[in-house]
Each structure stands twice: as structure tokens, then as C-alpha cells.
Design a protein around this ligand. Structure first.
Ligand SMILES: NC(=O)c1ccc[n+]([C@@H]2O[C@H](COP(=O)([O-])OP(=O)(O)OC[C@H]3O[C@@H](n4cnc5c(N)ncnc54)[C@H](OP(=O)(O)O)[C@@H]3O)[C@@H](O)[C@H]2O)c1
Length: 388
């Protein structure tokens, strides 16, 4: 295996603003191991890996990161966006076996290294790591704590293995909604990155006796049905979607709602179509734009939903609002969703795949908020199986 070059390319955030205006492709020193200094999220020495990136997946959260955070809050020299990636391990560092990948004998009681050079991996870097360190997935080489990575199964393509965040979020939402066999569940935003995963996971959980209804536009209806939805509600046909849901599903209310976009109006109307005791599980509240005032209003509404009593006697909505937060997925959760990919329970719907040099255009597509599945960036076509 070739040694990493002294410099390599990364997209970096140069100022606050929308991606096409603030992203720049730069040559920077290739990260090396061991990391120095150790970051706050991983303050003690533990296994780290250097990964040559194959693919990165884009997430709307990265656009918020660019439009919200003033440049002076970014401490790192290079601030690379994105949390989701796949690639090949090119170096491993472990405190007890600093040359672990070259087969040195263990000298301490620590757990043996999980990774070796040449292995395919996928990783989701939490914001607690990316923001303070400037680390991000849109780079040819990424040094990361091994705890954030999982081995990529041979049957899962590198492109698909990069889409962990959406799968992890959908998985957590399904668990927190309490959905189980035989349930009727509504998925709002069923054609998006999270929605396409949620529909497939729910199909698996509710089984043949259960019912999955997906809310998406008519153009995506066939795709969402193919993922396992029994019925589609085309949101474009209704001026007031809450009223339509109330009229259609009052007599057979849902056991849970998974709102992958965060529509407050749908939550407020939910007692009309979600059974008593059912959970309205949401990713948050959808701000109408990517700018600060809208974001702050959304956070305030979300906190009120969380803190205000559910009881209608106390002015509450009457249904529990579950806020999914995918800040720190455990290793077990990461392995669980990769296992679902490996077993074919879920597949990644690819909206589009963009070359590394065209990341700005890929963000333009994402910012339009009509991606059908995941927007992926091919960081290096020579990494991995490239059968995509
Ligand atoms: N809470 C967490 O931990 C967490 C984690 C990850 C992401 N998120 C947030 O979750 C949200 C969704 O992320 P994502 O990656 O799934 O987004 P996405 O893929 O960009 O969502 C795009 C999809 O939304 C659909 N859509 C747009 N307007 C709609 C409407 N009125 N009704 C139904 N569907 C509509 C679009 O379908 P059409 O083209 O058919 O309109 C498109 O398929 C983002 O706000 C993201 O920041 C939260």
C-alpha cells in the first residue's frame, strides 16, 4: 500500500454563507497519526485510523453549519464539512501497539486494534468531533477516532456505506416511536435521505400485518412504494395536509408518526389521526430557510414541544412529541444499521453521485430540499471497488 502523500485535497469552509459561496477546494497537509493534540471528545489515547476517502454523503445539517457559524468560532486552520464517509484504512495508531497494523506484539492490556491497513470502513463523525477539530468527510484523507468507524461489509458498496447518518437517524426514530409488529405508521418526507430508510425499516418492523403510509410527492410515489410503503399520500395535492390526514385516517388512526422533516402544523393536528398514547417522532422543526432567525425560531418551537406538558388541559397538543437527536450514536447502533445494509433489509436510494470537484453543485441540489434519497460525492474514484 502506498504511503499517503504529504498534501491532499479537501473542501474547506472559508466564511459564513451558502455552500457555493463559501466552499473552497484546497491542498492541505495530509493528516497524520497519532493525532496531536487529542480532541475534547476523545481526550485519552485510543485507537485512531487514517482513512483514504472513497465517498462522502451530504446532509442538510452541513448547510446549517455553513450559514450559522461565524468564522471566528471555527478554531481549526481548515474546516472541512460533512460527517458521513466510507473509504480504506491506510494507517492505524493504537496506544499499546503504535504500529499495530504492521503486526507488532501487544504490550499492554488494552483491547486489540479493531482495524488493519487495507480494510474498508464507513464512519459517521459526530458534531462534537467535527466542529472543534475542523475534521470533515469532504477530504481525500481523514484521521478519525476508530470508535466512529465500522468495518464495511464486502456486499455493501462504498457509495452506500457512506450514508450512515440518515440510516442511524431513521433507526433511532423507529426505536423511539415504539413501532412494532402489526402497527400502522405514517412517514412524513418518505422520499428523503432519512425517509427512504425509515420506510424500509418500518416495513421490516411492522411486518405483513402492519401498514406503512408514506407522505411524498406523486413523482416519488413509485420509489417509496418499492421501498415497502402500502399507501402514499401525495402532499402536493392538498392545500391543508393536516385536514386531509384527519379526514382520511380519523377512523383508523396511526400508532406512530415519523416526521423526517419536522412540520409543526402536522404535529399540532396529530390528535385527529394519531391514536391516543401514540408518539409523534420528529427530527426537529423544519426552518423555512437556512438562516439564523428561522433556525432560532425552529429551536424555540422544538424546545416548547419537548417541555410543555402533553395534556390538552394544560394547553398541550395531546400527543407526545419525540425529538430524535442523532448526536452520539453508539458503536452498537452503527453496527446495527450496517448489519441491516449487509442483510439487505435496507438499501440506499441514490439521488445522485457527484465528482469531488463538483461538490458545490451537489450542495445546490441538496439545498433545493427535493433530493430523492441520498446525494453522494465520489471523493476518489480509485478507492474501493468503484463498481458504482
Ligand atoms: N435530529 C437529527 O438528529 C437529525 C439527523 C439528521 C438530519 N436531520 C434533519 O432531518 C431533516 C431531513 O433530512 P434528510 O437528509 O432526510 O433531508 P432530504 O433528503 O434533503 O429531504 C428531501 C426530501 O424531502 C421531501 N419533501 C420536501 N418537502 C416535503 C413536504 N412538504 N412533504 C413531504 N416531503 C417533502 C422531498 O420530496 P419531494 O421532492 O417529493 O418534495 C425530498 O425527497 C433535515 O432537516 C436534517 O437537517 C436531523
Amino acid at each position: 500500500m502506498q504511503h499517503p502523500p504529504p498534501t491532499s485535497r479537501a473542501w474547506t469552509i472559508t466564511a459564513r454563507g451558502l455552500p457555493p459561496n463559501v466552499l473552497q477546494l484546497v491542498d492541505r497537509p495530509t493528516p497524520t497519526l497519532p493525532p496531536h493534540p487529542l480532541p475534547a471528545d476523545v481526550p485519552e489515547p485510543e485507537e485512531w485510523i487514517l482513512v483514504r476517502t472513497a465517498y462522502a454523503a451530504l446532509n442538510p445539517g452541513a448547510i446549517f453549519q455553513m450559514t450559522l457559524l461565524p468564522q471566528r468560532f471555527r478554531k481549526a486552520l481548515f474546516n472541512v464539512p460533512e460527517m458521513d464517509m466510507s473509504g480504506v484504512v491506510v494507517d492505524v495508531w493504537h496506544p499499546d501497539r503504535p504500529h499495530a497494523a504492521e503486526g507488532a506484539t501487544p504490550v499492554g492490556p488494552a483491547a486489540p486494534p479493531r482495524f488493519a491497513r487495507g480494510e474498508g470502513v464507513c464512519a459517521m463523525l459526530p458534531a462534537s468531533h467535527t466542529l472543534p477539530t475542523g475534521t470533515g468527510a469532504l477530504a481525500e484523507y481523514v484521521a478519525l477516532p476508530a470508535r466512529y468507524a465500522v468495518r464495511k461489509p464486502p456486499s455493501v458498496a462504498y457509495a452506500d456505506a457512506a450514508a450512515l447518518l440518515a440510516a442511524l437517524t431513521a433507526h433511532r426514530m423507529v426505536v423511539e416511536s415504539g413501532a412494532r409488529a402489526g402497527d400502522r405508521v405514517l412517514v412524513v418526507g418518505a422520499s428523503g435521505g432519512i425517509g427512504t430508510m425509515a420506510v424500509q425499516m418500518l416495513r421490516h418492523v411492522v411486518g405483513k400485518q402492519g401498514v406503512v403510509v408514506g407522505v411524498c410527492s406523486g413523482g416519488n410515489a413509485e420509489m417509496v412504494r418499492a421501498l415497502g410503503a402500502d399507501e402514499i399520500v401525495d402532499y402536493m395535492l392538498y392545500k391543508d395536509l393536516s385536514r386531509h390526514l384527519a379526514a382520511t385516517y380519523a377512523s383508523a388512526p396511526f400508532d406512530a408518526v415519523l416526521d423526517t422533516l419536522g412540520f409543526q402544523a402536522l404535529y399540532k393536528a396529530s390528535p385527529a389521526y394519531l391514536r391516543e398514547g401514540g408518539v409523534y417522532e420528529s427530527v426537529g422543526i423544519k426552518p423555512p430557510t437556512f438562516w439564523i432567525p428561522d433556525f432560532l425560531r425552529a429551536v424555540w418551537t422544538m424546545k416548547l414541544n419537548e417541555w410543555w406538558p402533553t395534556s390538552r388541559w394544560l394547553g398541550g397538543v395531546g400527543r407526545k412529541w419525540g425529538a430524535c437527536s442523532m448526536m452520539h450514536p453508539s458503536l452498537a447502533e452503527r453496527e446495527a444499521v450496517v448489519g441491516l445494509m449487509e442483510r439487505g433489509v435496507i438499501r440506499v436510494v441514490r439521488d445522485s453521485v457527484w465528482d469531488f470537484e463538483h461538490a458545490r453543485e451537489a450542495y445546490d441540489k441538496l439545498a433545493g430540499r427535493h433530493a430523492a434519497g441520498k446525494i453522494l460525492v465520489r471523493v476518489d474514484a480509485s478507492v474501493g471497488e468503484n463498481a458504482c
